[in-house]
Design a protein around this ligand. Structure first.
Ligand SMILES: Cc1ncc(COP(=O)(O)O)c(C=O)c1O
Length: 436
């Protein structure tokens, strides 16, 4: 038995019989049909009707000319970043990345797959702090970053948890500095953003755009991702690189380094079966977000924010952030943590432990990249300028770090679209009891 079962605050609550997941795949049956079709017709590898069809449907839905189906979102981000590097700095030698000797401005509060491709391509990431309005890249910090590093020509932007970032501002700054944008829409498929008065989908907002069909996303292919573009040259290049960069010779002939990154026709079958359900999944996720918002309204917490005039998130994950004065003491090490229970207050780790004890899955906010051991020595820019080396034993400083603050006070709530309203009410009840 865990400590929560003896805790009088949680008296009467029983663990869920079946685990409530953070965000698990939701199959509908159509997937089986298209997978069977691939097997029966023997088109099981990286060519076939499912691949052609999902590329067509996704391009039409999102509003781009070309979609290239790949093995995962990470592969899409790698090739998008490489393409940007090649455009900016020329073709690299086979043993060198296209970003060698160059810096790239990157979203800081995101999953590491967004920005690891900078390292794959031998570049150096510079992390841009987060703004509190959408929890995405802060345009003010981005502007500061260009003051400090005016030579930078590439920006990688992610839309966290399905909420579009401030792309109008970010695009304007990029244009001023002749910089390109790689857009990571892995978590935001289906979300819309109002760009200069017109609603457009995320996945159209960068110079190179990426989506993911990972198992936890709004729809899944079991795996898979896509590169999205309006440029036929870029689409053809990514298709070539993703299939080992073969030339049109009778034998294996290579002018460029290649990758085995193409989507299989079986995975595409799962994507094809899922595509008709994006709208349904988004409506379920929105209902979950709104139910949490209403159910938690009397607590000293807020939901992950968005600007309804500028964006329609896909509400992939619902999150909360605890008000500063309602934060119970909590410390985190590199792999462990400790907290105290205090009446009227709580902490993300306490809430996550309580949810877990009753057989549901939440998750800490994605730990910002500038705090990750692997990137701790890399530059980090906040709205105040250089975010590194600002502490001083003798002078008190503001130490502004929006990402670290959201990581400290926030958490991702169980957001599975198969969770029933009754189950969600129990989770809301558990969170209330954490504060009592
Ligand atoms: C923001 C973000 N970028 C990239 C990825 C990588 O996508 P994939 O898992 O399809 O490689 C993910 C999640 O998986 C993600 O959440």
């Amino acid at each position: 038995m865990n400590k929560f079962s003896d805790d009088p605050r949680f008296a009467g609550i029983k663990p869920f019989e079946k685990k409530i997941w953070l965000s698990s795949p939701t199959m509908h049956g159509d997937e089986q049909h298209w997978v069977d079709d691939a097997i029966q017709t023997n088109w099981v590898s990286t060519v076939g009707a499912n691949i052609n069809e999902v590329e067509k449907q996704v391009a039409e839905r999102i509003g781009v000319k070309y979609a290239v189906a790949l093995s995962c979102g990470t592969a899409a981000l790698h090739l998008a970043t490489k393409l940007a590097g090649e455009k900016l700095y020329g073709q690299a030698r086979p043993n060198q990345g296209t970003l060698q000797g160059h810096r790239v401005f990157c979203s800081d509060m995101t999953f590491d797959a967004s920005i690891n491709p900078v390292a794959y391509e031998d570049g150096e990431a510079i992390f841009i702090d987060t703004e509190p309005d959408t929890w995405n890249m802060d345009p003010i910090a981005l502007r500061k970053a260009f003051e400090l590093y005016p030579d930078v020509r590439l920006i990688i932007v992610a839309h966290l948890y399905g909420t579009p970032g401030k792309m109008e501002e970010i695009r304007a700054i990029a244009d001023e500095h002749h910089a390109l944008i790689v857009e990571d829409a892995a978590e935001s498929l289906g979300a819309k953003y109002k760009l200069h008065g017109e609603w457009v989908e995320t996945g159209t907002l960068g110079d190179y755009n990426c989506i993911s069909f990972n198992g936890n996303k709004i729809i899944t292919g079991s795996a898979g991702g896509m590169f999205l573009t309006n440029s036929v040259e870029d689409a053809n290049k990514v298709r070539k690189w993703s299939t080992q960069s073969r030339e049109a010779a009778p034998w294996y002939q290579h002018e460029e380094i290649g990758y085995n990154y193409r989507m299989s026709n079986i995975v595409a079958g799962v994507v094809r079966g899922q595509l008709p359900y994006i709208g349904e999944h988004m409506a379920q996720k929105k209902a979950i977000y709104e139910r949490y918002k209403a159910g938690l309204a009397d607590l000293p917490v807020r939901m992950n924010p968005f600007d309804p005039d500028k964006s329609q998130p896909n509400h992939w994950l619902s999150c909360l952030i605890i008000d500063e004065d309602a934060m119970a003491p909590m410390v985190r090490g590199e792999q462990d943590y400790l907290y105290k229970s205090v009446s009227g207050k709580s902490s993300p780790q306490e809430i996550l432990d309580a949810i877990f004890a009753f057989n549901a899955e939440g998750r800490p906010i994605w730990k910002p990249m500038h705090m990750q051991p692997i990137y701790r020595t890399y530059a980090f820019i906040t709205a105040e300028g250089n975010g590194r080396g600002r502490s001083n034993a003798y002078i008190a400083g503001s130490g502004l770090d929006v990402g670290a603050d959201i990581f400290r006070r926030g958490l991702c709530l169980p957001s599975d679209n198969k969770m029933t309203p009754e189950q969600q009410d129990i989770i809301i009840d558990i969170i209330h009891r954490c504060f009592h």
